[in-house]
Design a protein around this ligand. Sequence first.
Ligand SMILES: [Fe+2]
Length: 186
Amino acid sequence: MFELERFVEDCKAAIASDPTHKSVQEIVARAVSEPGGVLKVLGEPEKGEVQKLYCTEKLTIINVIWAPRMTIMPHNHNMWAVIGVYGGREDNIFWRRVADDPTGRIEAAGARSLGSGEATPLGPDIIHSVTNPTAKLTSAIHVYGGDFFEEERSEWEPEGLTEQTYDVEKNMRLFEEANSFARQQQ
Ligand SMILES: [Fe+2]
């Protein structure tokens, strides 16, 4: 059965013995393989938001609730990540940089749709955008191999796909906008 303290301790022990994402991947996959157990501990999601569960220089664990049909623009993390979905669905588009483009433009390179109970690792160079394709909230545990909130990183505006500095506050506002949009649709 999922226990938050145990989960955090397991992730800390995993990165202490293996700085890659491999052991954390196993821990997240095991946790979300019983979505009901995670839901019981983290609670029924109420709105789109990012809940910080644990954060140090080496490890960040967040509970991400995607608002209905919300999309977050392409961004990188500059650190490995593991995503495990325990409710709803996350559609990921993976992007790669266009070679020698002075504006840092990207092009789509692949996709992975994650349903409840599924987990995937993302390497440190990954660029992805995420959509919740459902009309309900989607819930996921995200684990990062560093300080997710302090790392300098990039985002790509969705129309021209040119590179910009990642703006944490703008992205947090996106959750609020998506929540009020979802309320209007009810
Ligand atoms: Fe991300």
